[in-house]
Each structure stands twice: as structure tokens, then as C-alpha cells.
Design a binder for this molecule. Structure first.
Ligand SMILES: Cc1ncc(C[n+]2csc(CCOP(=O)(O)OP(=O)(O)O)c2C)c(N)n1
Length: 514
């Protein structure tokens, strides 16, 4: 057994079954170990931002880490933006980053770089392995770090000689760290707050937005009348018919203030106080009303779902939530295609329990309206604001949940960042339907241009936000990367194409000309 075998076997021992990879020379022993050791599914990604975004999507759905395999500092650096998103989503990921052999570093060969320096801002754990004998132990600690509540990014740097030298046995899985249970007296304190007559809201994130946590939140609402809220970009939530409805905080600063103006006390459940995405001259950054009192039911490292259940019990809340979302499927649109029509069709046809890897940007407003009462679904939005995440996220989600339909509604601007993900969808035959909102514009930035107060914009400025000239042809791009694709220019065309995509399995792209 060499060091690379030891790492791959250790990852498998720890339940890491998928590796999103873009290897180079320094990772060849790891690549070879994928055959020598059973149990790891390697998934080739043609750009590292696809690998890291896919690992994020996998982690959010599987609830456990995938590995990435990245080529020295530049490979890691190519993946950083989606690692930033993954960090914001608290997704568990184990990065294995190859490096030059330890004795080779002194020569400062071309690919030598500060790998730990690249890794630091996005990683909760970094380690540079020094010997094949201990690299298995390093790998199991990496998995433990990634699995530590609420989930983190562990980066293991593996020099080439550590990978090829003879190693000791692989390591076993270490116990998970957290999430810890919130103490009973803290639960009682929040229960008392909810009886003080103030207008209250719970701002919920993490496990609190799904399954038993969400049910318990509904019970708390039934007992206390508290509003249930989530962040605009809560990284993982369960919504739609039959579920406890949660109000999503809006995007723009002044909308947030309006939305929260009556809330006198805000109970945070794995969440942070709400702030606006950007600052704008003369507009507030802080979302809550002046004098609003903040309390924490649970921190992100604590068991949010359990805390909500314990709070519901402490309140002696009824067994059933106050309300459940009714199923309301929109009418099908006719004639000219626009984002509202696309959203209607998506909500109308998407089957139960689908996963949305959502980077729909300005078109997302229409989508959220129609999905609110559609069939039950899981929502994975852009968690860290760095665009180019939707398509990779869909890859990872589809690998984590092969029996569920994955829909990836994406702006054309965002999709252009990581379009190589389409090739991986084709190669792995993933059940993903990509819908491109082809408005040929950075539409959100045209809005922001006015909001930040630049005054009148000239032709050069406007050309920076415009994607005509040349128009991207998404059907050709997808076809070239092996994904069946079609273009819809009318509501009727989109309806027929989307209904067809939902009736079949496998990768598919629809370019919606809006
Ligand atoms: C990595 C990164 N680069 C740039 C931006 C700035 N940005 C935000 S939205 C956007 C354009 C999005 O365009 P598109 O996906 O077509 O959606 P639309 O605004 O047209 O709805 C850009 C460039 C960003 N958020 N992240």
C-alpha cells in the first residue's frame, strides 16, 4: 500500500464515496489508487470550479462530504469561488490537493505556489501531509473536520512522494463532532420569551428548514403565532405543498426593512441577523427594525432541528403545525415567453420531491412565486453570491440523489461561468434538466446600476452588462458538450419541451428565449 492507496481507502472507510476530480501529474498515484481500492466513484470535471461546486451540491443533499481532487495551487485556485459558496452553505467537503514531492519544492519549479495560502480563507481545516505513513491518519482527520457541525471544508495537501511512498494501513473513521444539543434551560428561556407578548419571528437555517425541524417550527407557530422566516439564500430548504410554509426574506435592502418592520423580537435558529446583500448609498444595511431584540435558540454548531422540537415540547405546542402549504399548480401560459411563463410551466410539471439547483437570478422572483405552492421540493440556491454555481451544484445533487429529478434554472450569465458542468452531466448520464433564462443580459446589474446611484450610464457602461453581440447559442454549447438541447421561443414551445424533459430521465437543456 502506498500513501495514495492509504488516503483513498481511508476516505472510503469514512463513507466518502465520490471524488470530483481534475488531476495532473502530481495526482497520478491518487488516480491509480481509484482502481486499486474499491468503493470510490471518480467524476471527472473539466474545470475545478465545477468540481468544487459539485462537491457542494453533493454535500448539501447527501449530508456527508465528497472529495475533490485538485492539481496543486492553481487547480485549487480555479475552484475557490465555489468553495467560497460552499463555505457559506456550511457544506462538508474534503479537498485533496496534490503538490510537488517534498524534496522538489526547494527548486521552485513552475507549479510551486502557496497552496495553504490559497486554501486558508475557504477552509476550516488545512494540513500538509509530510509522510506516507501518516497520510491515512491525516485523511480521517480531514473527514472529521468536514463533518464537524455544521459542516466545513477540509483541505489536505498531499505531496507526490507522500502519495507514492510505502504507507502504513489506512485509517478508520473518527467520531463526528457535533451538532450538540441545546441545553434545557436555554430552551426554557426562549419559550418564556415567546410568551412575553412581543411580535416574534424565528429566523431558521440548516436542519431547521427541513423534516422534523420544520414540522416543529410549524408547531411553535401554532402555539405562539410567531412568524417563520428564512434567509433569501438559505442554502438548503424544503418547501412546497404539504410543508410548513416559511417566509423568505426579500433581496433588496429597503424590502428587507419593510418585511421586518413589525418584528420586535427575532429568535435566531442557526441563522445570523439579517443584513442586505450589498450596501447602497443612503439605504440601510441592517435589516431589523430599531429596537428589535435578538435571541439565539441555536447556533449553527448546535442541533437546530432538535432545538425546535425541544422548544415545541417546552411550549406544550399542538402536534400539528398552524398551516401547511396547499397544492396550487399554475395555469399554463400562452404566447410570448417570459420569466413568469417559464416559472408557471416549471411549477406545473416538475414532479414531487425534485431538487432545484437554483441560479435563476432576476428570473428567480417569478420562480419563487410559482414554486411556493407547487409540489414539494428541495431548494439549493446560490449560497455565497458567487455566480457560476448552479450547473455544478446540479451535478453534485444528481449524484447524491440519483432517484430524484434535478432542475437547474439558471441565468445565461451565471451559466456561462461553469458551462463545462454540462459535459459531466452527459458523461455521468445525470437526471438534470437545465433551463437557461436567455435574456442576453446581466439583468440584475442593469438594476443595480440605477440603485447604486451612478446617474446616467453611457454606452460603454451599458455594454458591460449586455450579452448580445454575439448572442450565446446554448443549444449548440450543450450539444457540443453531449447534452440534448432545444430552444423555446414561445410559451407553447417551452411547455412542450419542459413536459417532455420531465417525462424522461437523463441530462437535458432548454434555452428559454425570454
Ligand atoms: C464570481 C462573480 N462574478 C461576478 C458577479 C457579479 N454578478 C452578479 S449577477 C451577475 C450577472 C448575472 O446574470 P444572469 O445569470 O444572466 O442573470 P440575470 O441578472 O440576467 O437575471 C454578475 C456578473 C458575481 N456575483 N459573482
Amino acid at each position: 500500500m502506498n500513501g495514495a492507496h492509504s488516503v483513498v481507502q481511508t476516505l472510503v472507510n469514512c463513507g466518502v464515496e465520490v471524488c470530483f476530480a481534475n488531476p495532473g501529474t502530481s495526482e497520478m498515484h491518487f488516480v491509480a489508487a481509484l482502481d486499486a481500492v474499491g468503493g470510490m466513484r471518480p467524476v471527472l470535471c473539466l474545470f475545478e470550479g465545477v468540481a468544487t461546486g459539485a462537491a457542494d451540491g453533493y454535500g448539501r443533499i447527501a449530508g456527508k462530504p465528497a472529495a475533490t481532487l485538485l492539481h496543486l495551487g492553481p487547480g485549487l485556485a480555479n475552484g475557490l469561488a465555489n468553495l467560497h459558496n460552499a463555505r457559506r452553505a456550511a457544506s462538508p467537503i474534503v479537498n485533496v490537493v496534490g503538490d510537488h514531492a517534498t524534496y522538489h519544492l526547494q527548486y521552485d519549479a513552475l507549479l510551486t505556489s502557496d497552496i495553504a495560502g490559497f486554501a486558508r480563507p475557504v477552509s476550516s481545516w488545512i494540513h500538509q501531509s509530510t509522510s506516507a505513513g501518516s497520510v491515512g491518519a491525516d485523511a480521517t482527520r480531514a473527514v472529521q473536520a468536514a463533518r464537524s457541525a455544521p459542516g466545513g471544508i477540509a483541505t489536505l495537501i498531499m505531496p507526490a512522494d507522500v502519495a507514492w511512498n510505502e504507507a502504513a494501513l489506512a485509517a478508520h473513521k473518527l467520531d463526528d463532532i457535533g451538532p450538540s444539543r441545546v441545553a434545557a434551560d436555554s430552551i426554557e428561556a426562549v419559550a418564556a420569551l415567546l410568551g412575553n407578548g412581543k411580535k416574534s419571528a424565528l429566523l431558521i437555517r440548516g436542519d431547521g428548514l427541513r423534516g422534523a425541524g420544520l414540522e416543529a417550527a410549524g408547531r411553535i407557530q401554532a402555539k405562539t403565532g410567531a412568524r417563520l422566516l428564512c434567509d433569501t439564500f438559505a442554502p438548503h430548504g424544503e418547501f412546497g405543498a404539504g410543508r410548513v410554509p416559511v417566509e423568505r426574506i426579500p433581496y433588496f435592502a429597503e424590502q428587507i426593512v419593510m418585511f421586518l418592520k413589525d418584528v420586535e423580537q427575532l429568535i435566531l435558529v442557526g441563522a445570523k441577523p439579517p443584513v442586505s446583500f450589498f450596501a447602497y448609498p443612503g439605504k440601510p444595511s441592517w435589516g431589523a427594525a430599531e429596537g428589535c431584540v435578538f435571541s439565539y435558540l441555536a447556533q449553527p454548531t448546535e442541533d437546530c432541528a432538535r432545538a425546535l422540537q425541544d422548544l415545541a415540547d417546552a411550549l406544550d405546542a399542538p402536534a400539528e403545525p398552524a398551516t401547511r402549504t396547499p397544492l396550487v399548480l399554475p395555469e399554463l401560459p400562452k404566447g410570448k415567453l417570459n420569466s413568469l411563463g417559464v416559472a408557471q410551466v416549471i411549477a406545473h410539471y416538475t414532479p414531487d420531491n425534485a431538487i432545484y439547483a437554483d441560479e435563476s437570478a432576476t428570473s428567480g422572483l417569478a420562480l419563487m412565486i410559482h414554486l411556493a405552492r407547487a409540489r414539494p421540493y428541495t431548494h439549493l440556491p446560490l449560497a455565497g453570491g458567487s455566480i457560476g454555481q448552479g450547473l455544478p451544484l446540479a451535478v453534485g445533487a444528481a449524484l447524491a440523489a440519483p432517484d430524484r429529478k434535478v432542475v437547474c434554472p439558471s441565468g445565461d450569465g451565471g451559466a456561462a461561468y461553469t458551462l463545462q458542468a454540462l459535459w459531466t452531466m452527459a458523461r455521468e448520464n445525470l437526471d438534470v434538466t437545465v433551463v437557461i433564462f436567455a435574456n442576453h443580459s446581466y439583468a440584475i446589474l442593469n438594476i443595480e446600476l440605477q440603485r447604486v446611484g451612478v446617474g446616467s450610464a453611457g454606452a460603454k457602461a451599458l455594454s458591460m452588462l449586455d450579452l448580445h453581440n454575439p448572442e450565446i447559442n446554448w443549444v449548440q454549447i450543450a450539444s457540443g458538450l453531449g447534452v440534448a438541447a432545444s430552444r423555446a421561443t414561445t410559451a407553447e414551445e417551452f411547455t412542450a419541451q419542459y413536459a417532455d424533459a420531465m417525462a424522461q430521465r437523463g441530462p437535458r437543456l432548454i434555452e428559454a428565449m425570454i
